[in-house]
Design a protein around this ligand. Structure first.
Ligand SMILES: *Cc1c(COP(=O)(O)O)cnc(C)c1O
Length: 388
């Protein structure tokens, strides 16, 4: 067994409870989840209208400081609508990190556009603003009143940074580059509910931001998502589009554009309201878990704990370490040994440009993302692994 595996097993053994499974991220239902869900069933309000949807949106807006929140069926749908409302159209390109969950790139294609992949920053794991600036300097040209990819003529429509594992990307630097090229920014904050930069919640820096409430996220509604925006007109349009674009009327069916059936059902929102009540407590326990991991790896040779970036607060959705290792085989041997020990450790995502459907997409040099793909391992991070 390698030195790194021994050290990781020792750390996991001392940080995590002895009994029970050590999943990567499990939901925790310890408050009003059952009561609110039962209320939906008892009242018959289980579908896309009901008080919990409005309350969930209000709670999300209050918690994140966004002026508006629109609850939808999942994070991918939230991204699709937000990217579309940012103006991305068929045949255009949207800049996304190659290091992300597939939903970010899929949502771009759902809008008819193409993802254009850029590199990530080693410390934040998020989109690297400097690399982006250097890349756009080579690739972007202004013609016909729009910034285009000079190699294929496609308009550059938007930038979609993602706050990886909950750690905020450097939004100030990203927004500066975006402004230089007049590109709207949509933040994929699916993993970063509870994370902020300079006191401002992730997902509220750009034109819009999106959240996910999938079962493995910090707060879950079973499945769900939300669009955050400070732009009231955009939020109103998002709500309209995601509810079949039906004009408000007590009994007539008039739809004024091709809409989507993306509204979050009330029964899911009920779960979300109960989860939001406990979010501060879950975040506090996740932070304690992160502190315990950090202490374990502080003097471990070849193991680097991925910490919250300077100036930011992370929700520590998933704790992770970067290892001094050379290749995917070594990474997978290590993960295999940890999984065999009962710890559900996982690699980062396979980079988007390696996936068959995105192989032909435009891309920048991805040196850092390729190193991170090989060397980062995610560790069990559920709030329920830490007791009050
Ligand atoms: C979870 C996630 C999403 C959205 O996922 P859904 O399962 O559709 O809610 C989008 N982007 C990232 C980075 C995610 O981790």
């Amino acid at each position: 067994m390698s030195v790194i595996v021994k050290r990781l097993l020792r750390a996991l053994g001392s940080v995590l409870p002895q009994n029970g499974p050590k999943a990567l991220h499990e939901p925790e239902f310890a408050g009003n989840e059952w009561a609110y869900t039962k209320e939906c069933i008892d009242s018959g309000w289980v579908s896309s209208a009901g008080k919990f949807v409005d309350e969930f949106e209000a709670r999300l807006a209050r918690y994140t400081g966004a002026r508006c929140a629109v609850a939808v069926v999942n994070g991918t749908a939230a991204l699709e609508i937000a990217i579309r409302l940012a103006g991305a159209r068929s045949g255009e390109e949207v800049i996304v990190p190659a290091l992300t969950f597939v939903a970010t790139a899929n949502a771009v294609v759902h809008c008819g556009a193409l993802p254009h992949f850029v590199d990530s920053d080693r410390a934040t794991l998020g989109l690297d603003a400097q690399a982006l600036q250097a890349h756009l300097g080579r690739v972007a040209e202004c013609s016909g009143g729009a910034w285009r990819n000079r190699f294929n003529g496609r308009r550059l429509a938007a930038i979609v940074p993602m706050h990886a594992l909950g750690h905020p990307a450097d939004m100030a630097a990203i927004l500066e580059v975006a402004a230089r090229y007049a590109l709207p920014v949509v933040e994929d904050a699916a993993e970063s509910l509870g994370s902020s930069l300079g006191g401002r919640h992730t997902g509220t820096f750009g034109l819009a931001g999106t959240l996910s409430f999938n079962g493995n996220k910090v707060v879950t509604t079973g499945g769900g998502g939300a669009i955050l925006s400070n732009d009231e007109a955009l939020a109103r349009h998002a709500r309209h589009l995601t509810t079949t674009a039906k004009q408000a009327h007590p009994w007539r069916f008039i739809h004024d554009e091709v809409g989507y059936n993306y509204r979050l059902p009330n029964i899911n929102a009920a779960l979300g309201c109960a989860q939001m009540e406990r979010l501060p407590d879950m975040l506090a326990r996740k932070r304690r878990l992160a502190h315990a991991y950090r202490a374990q790896f502080a003097d471990a040779p070849g193991i680097h704990f991925i910490d919250e970036p300077v100036g930011s607060v992370s929700n520590f959705w998933l704790n992770a370490v970067r290892l001094d290792i050379e290749d995917i085989e070594e990474r997978d041997q290590i993960i295999g040994a940890l999984v065999a020990g009962g710890y559900h450790c996982r690699p980062l995502w396979t980079l988007m440009h390696r996936l068959p459907m995105f192989r032909e997409c435009s891309r920048a040099p991805l040196t850092v993302a390729e190193r991170l793909e090989v060397s980062v391992i995610k560790l069990p991070s559920s709030a329920k692994l830490v007791q009050n």
